[in-house]
Ligand binder design. Sequence first.
Ligand SMILES: [Fe+2]
Ligand SMILES: [Fe+2]
Length: 304
Amino acid sequence: MNDLKSYFTDDSIFFAPSLDAEHPIVSILDRGLEQYGVTKPVSDLPDSLWGPERYGLEHSSVYTRLEPHQQTEVLQKISRWNLSLSYFIEKSGHNYGAKMILLADRMEEKSLYCLFSAEEAIHLRLFRNFMRFTPDPSVDWHPMLDPLARVIRDGSKEACVLLIQVLLEGFGMGHYRSLMQDCRHPGLVQAFQKILRDEARHHGAGLVLAKEGVLKKGDRDECFEFTREFVGALQSANWVLRALEEVGGPISAEARRHHLEAVGYRQVLEKRLESLKEMLLKADREQLVHRLERDGVFEVKETG
Ligand SMILES: [Fe+2]
Ligand SMILES: [Fe+2]
């Protein structure tokens, strides 16, 4: 498996260069995607794809005191980062699928991963159809993408199944579902419905394979470290605060505390951490959860 690692650099996972629009491969891909019902980029994008209510911003004076055009700018930034994260995740799914096709030792498993990889290509295009920009890693990067790439590159088959399909795709389903519920564009709502159906199969297959597979000592340590890093990344990134600061200027420690309280940030984080724990327990990984709990990984860190 070590021979595979050179194919899983960050460049290959996230930044494969794009062909010019006129290249014949692009039109073959477009026709292929059309056959799966993927339509062209939409032309009627709203100002922002998610409104203030998604983040409880109507309760935050840091937000309500901004000028209307600044409020729009805040929402646009967060919408951009939401789409960028999905874009990078779906891109990484291409390499993940390739690795798992190679590592699968039974035919149906290989076929399933071929199918999953095709679905990640469809998901990427579905998101791209709502993006009028190309994500720039210097501004649109989420810290959880670092541990994600590391697992895809270094993880054993068993660790990959548990961390990517059970933990991340399971967690991603909850995330996509909530983005779908609050989304302002019916076309993107429809795209989320399709993506969620696919991700449910990716996650479901992960559960079956995780229960079959035995984690070796090295895998258990890897899963522990990854989950710890992933939860840390999740807690360190607060896009709403970042957008508010970028648009409206620095926020004092006190205003920050008020804001976090007003939008119920602690509760949101607690729910997310609980859902991660549930995902691991679904695959019967009590020992891993105990170890993570002992280490305080699932505790909400000071958010102020
Ligand atoms: Fe996907
Ligand atoms: Fe997936």
